[in-house]
Design a protein around this ligand. Structure first.
Ligand SMILES: Cc1ncc(COP(=O)(O)O)c(C=O)c1O
Length: 328
């Protein structure tokens, strides 16, 4: 018996995704949307707050602050509340109303940035706002998912371990993960390479993200990609990167629902699209075990990926721009 659902982080289901068109690919997905607040980010939120409290880095009066427009904000607001901590979440005007509602309902103070930065996005201004607040507030701690080593440690100690021990017949050839702050891929890749040194770790990024170089461009699917390169990634063990576009993501999300009965979030579609794309370019002539991470559930994308009008708008935008990433 558990006394609070928020204590049930991790040990998410692993399911097989049979692929008719290529029987050499044994694909297994970790369904991270079975975490209590609905995403992989529960692992980081729960772990980081516990470590900070246990090690006396913060106390019961410390205010937590973070920039997040999505899953991490939702998860942090829940775990801050569970621990009786005040949490300030800095979002921006592109944040989906459902995420803002969930963050507010769990007691967090929300600061919404409405002025775009020099890149046309909001990240730099969100961080500027955090720095302003840090300089004028006592006993405040910035979680800083892009640079805090605890973010990667959370995944090293939980998701990384689970993947190692759940790999079918202790054989793991490929592991595909979406990337944004880089916490998941950094922690998981370090753990998994210890047990499976020959595994190929494949990062899935979206066109318009600058994580691996290239120019920032308008991105529509929340969750993955970033308009800055996270410092945390310096410790990651990544073998290859696959870029996907919005249309591939949308089509794959819908295929997951139609073929596998999985109502998954955007980055799950991106990851599934990336697997299919990768093995068209890199044919295999024997059976390979591929694991991947499905980070969140479809509900939060009801007004985007699962909305036909929105999908048509994105398609028209994509047609009017070049989809190839610009690597500098
Ligand atoms: C839906 C989704 N997928 C993937 C990721 C990538 O995780 P990370 O920030 O650990 O790189 C995130 C992060 O917010 C996410 O929300």
């Amino acid at each position: 018996m558990i006394n609070n659902i928020l204590n049930k982080v991790g040990n998410t289901p692993l399911i097989s995704l049979p692929m008719e068109e290529n029987s050499n690919l044994n694909i297994f997905a970790k369904l991270e949307f079975y975490n209590p607040t609905g995403s992989v980010k529960d692992r980081a939120a729960c772990y980081i707050i516990s470590r900070l409290l246990n090690e006396g880095i913060i106390n019961k009066d410390t205010i937590l602050i973070e920039s997040s427009s999505g899953n991490f904000g939702v998860a942090l607001s829940a775990y801050a509340k569970l621990n009786g901590l005040k949490f300030i979440c800095v979002i921006d005007k592109t944040t989906l109303p459902v995420n803002e509602m969930l963050i507010r309902l769990q007691g967090a103070e929300v600061i919404c940035i409405t002025e775009p930065d020099q890149h046309g996005g909001y990240l730099m201004n969100r961080i500027k706002k955090i720095q302003e607040i840090l300089s004028t507030t006592d006993n405040i701690y910035w979680i800083n998912q892009y640079g805090n080593p605890l973010n990667a440690q959370a995944y090293y100690n939980s998701l990384g371990k689970e993947i190692c021990f759940e790999a079918p017949r202790q054989k793991l050839d490929y592991l595909f993960m979406g990337i944004s702050s880089g916490g998941t891929i950094t922690g998981v890749s370090r753990k998994v390479k210890e047990m499976y040194p020959n595994v190929n770790i494949i990062a899935v990024d979206v066109y318009g993200s600058v994580i691996f170089g290239g120019k920032a461009r308008k991105r529509f699917i929340p969750g993955i990609g970033s308009s800055m390169r996270p410092d945390i990634l310096n410790d990651a063990r990544i073998d290859d990167v696959v870029y996907v576009n919005e249309e591939e993501t949308i089509n794959s999300c819908r295929e997951l629902l139609e073929v596998h009965n999985l109502y998954a979030g955007g980055s799950s579609g991106s990851v599934y699209a990336a697997i299919k794309k990768y093995f068209v370019q890199n044919e295999v002539d024997s059976q390979v075990n591929i694991m991947c991470v499905f980070a969140d559930r479809g509900e939060r994308y009801i007004t985007t990926i699962y909305d036909d009008n929105w999908c048509e708008m994105v398609k028209q935008y994509s047609l009017s721009t070049s989809l190839e990433p610009v690597i500098e």
